[in-house]
Ligand binder design. Sequence first.
Ligand SMILES: Cc1cc2nc3c(=O)[nH]c(=O)nc-3n(C[C@H](O)[C@H](O)[C@H](O)COP(=O)(O)O)c2cc1C
Length: 165
Amino acid sequence: MHALVVYESTFGNTQTIAEAIADGLARSMTVDLVEVGSAGTSLAGVDLLVVGGPTHAFSMSRASTRRSAAEQAPGGVISKTTGLREWLSTVDASDTMVATFDTKTDKPHLPGSAAKAARRVLRHRGFHPVAAAASFYVTGTTGPLVDGEGERARRWGDQIGLALS
Ligand SMILES: Cc1cc2nc3c(=O)[nH]c(=O)nc-3n(C[C@H](O)[C@H](O)[C@H](O)COP(=O)(O)O)c2cc1C
């Protein structure tokens, strides 16, 4: 079985989570990990697609929120060319299995999730969700991740992989 993990990240937090998820998945399948700007639109040979990005304005990022984020990243951003929302609209429609994740701030009552929004889009395009949308938490806009979130992400990937193998 082969998984493709596609992530968007501004400051690096979602990238760290994506790496941990890929590590977890790799215990039971082969895995490619790709930043969204480098991801192709074909899913040939992919059994499980895992996508994640930062929650911006209660959902997936848009060009305007990415501009605002970039202003807070004087050293530059990880995802320079596109976002998950745009990539999802171009990837080939498919009944491939899918799981979605995001990062968001650890404010208990802040609604909205990029992972839930991505899951909705992918469902409409025929994909088959195999897990609930997962959120991993940062302590503030630029991070860092809340303690233990990397390990929780690794376990999330591990559990999805084991359930499918
Ligand atoms: C423009 C902007 C809007 C944001 N909106 C939200 C939001 O609605 N809810 C939330 O929990 N976090 C929000 N955040 C915090 C991001 O989720 C946080 O920056 C992200 O998880 C960091 O991941 P990254 O380093 O991979 O970009 C926002 C951040 C930015 C820059």
